[in-house]
Design a protein around this ligand. Structure first.
Ligand code: ADP
Length: 354
């Protein structure tokens, strides 16, 4: 177990590709921290720098209080689990798990004990003599996890480990990983582009975009109090709805629509980006707010209604009994007490911060 600290890390690859800029982050001992962001935002680079597989252009990395910036990967006491499992195909599950311990010259009886204990935790004791090709995707991913766990590393790194699994298995493995974290009490840093995975796994989440940290917060705080419009749009599915508006004396003007809202009083007049989540839009027949229904997703427990409102696509999350037909109009109200207002360059004005 260990804490991790990135201090002023920047990474520029050849040809001036900025992968990571001014990255400062402290991961607590025993924390499950998730790095999330779109493809190419610098997530893998962050993990690779911590693992020692990539050198930072600037800055330093600490594990506990030890500066490991110039330390070899194998001397950092870190285990990494990848999306493609990276198992040795010709070795049995047992040998795959025992391999790194043998390399460390651990006595055979101690290796045996570690492998068997770990296999028990992961529910793969029955497969120890099989080869990776004789296992399902989920079982292979458990072996890959097992290979990391047997070493009792100070820090676990996960690089999109579940993205090769089908949707149902992914949810199951997500639960298992959470339980594993509780059981092992280890520091885990997990990279994903999937915001749902980030929300369900992370104790804290770091949202990255173009190499820059956008926000570091707990899942609920990210959802309720996003610092900027990028985080607001990235976290949550369907995404937050956005509308360009003009604020005049605390009233919202968007096209022909004028909305009064007490919480906007005192905000300077001007152009803003207005944001509202799909669940804060409610059906309201005969309302002066309405949109042309484009698509209705019937999910059984809820209906997601996509409509055109003021030239933008708006999503409303409604109960399963709400009737909506594409081509017809959807009258709605908005819970403005839960809306967000962003400056034109995306900064949340925090008018309704909780
Ligand atoms: P992510 O994991 O979020 O998808 P990466 O950390 O892999 O992002 O990449 C961040 C940026 O750095 C991207 O623009 C990517 O193209 C670039 N990049 C990553 N690795 C290399 C490399 N070895 N050489 C040059 N550019 C790279």
């Amino acid at each position: 177990m260990a804490s991790v600290r990135f201090q002023g890390i920047s990474k520029i690859y050849q040809k001036d590709i900025l992968a990571l800029a001014k990255f400062d982050l402290e991961v607590r001992d025993g924390e499950f921290l998730v790095l999330v962001g779109p493809s190419g935002c610098g997530k893998s680079t962050t993990l690779r720098i911590l693992a020692g597989l990539e050198e930072p252009t600037m800055g330093e990395v600490f594990i506990d209080d030890r500066n490991v910036t110039d330390i070899n990967p194998q001397d950092r006491d870190i285990a990494m689990v990848f999306q493609n499992y990276a198992l040795y195909p010709h070795m049995t599950v047992y040998d795959n798990m025992a391999f790194s311990l043998k390399m460390r010259r651990m006595p055979a009886d101690k290796i045996d004990q570690n492998v068997k204990e770990t296999a028990e935790i992961l529910g793969i004791s029955d497969y120890l003599q099989r080869k990776p090709r004789e296992l399902s995707g989920g079982q292979r991913q458990r072996v890959a996890l097992g290979r990391a766990i047997v070493r009792h590393p100070a820090v676990f790194l996960f690089d999109e480990p579940l993205s090769n699994l089908d949707a149902k298995l992914r949810v199951q493995m997500r639960n298992e990983l959470s339980q594993l974290h509780t059981k092992l009490e280890s520091t885990m840093i997990y990279v994903t582009h999937d915001q749902a995975e980030a929300m369900t796994l992370g104790e804290r989440i770091v949202v990255l975009k173009d190499g820059y940290i956008q926000q570091i917060a707990t899942p609920l705080d990210l959802y309720d109090n996003p610092d900027n419009s990028f985080v607001a749009g990235f976290i949550g599915s369907p995404s937050m709805n956005f509308l360009n508006i003009e604020l005049e004396n605390g009233a919202i003007h968007a096209g022909d629509i004028v909305l009064e809202n007490a919480s906007y009083a005192g905000i300077p007049d001007g152009e803003y980006l207005f944001g509202i989540r799909p669940e804060d839009i409610h059906p309201s027949e005969g309302s002066r707010l309405s949109g042309g229904i484009e698509v209705v997703e019937t999910l059984g427990n809820e209906n997601i209604i996509y409509m055109k409102f003021n030239g933008k696509q708006f999503a409303a999350r409604c109960g399963p009994k709400v009737k909506a037909v594409p081509g017809e109009t959807f009258g709605f109200s908005m819970d403005l007490g839960r809306s967000h207002l962003f400056s034109i360059d995306g900064i949340n004005m925090k008018v309704n911060a909780t």
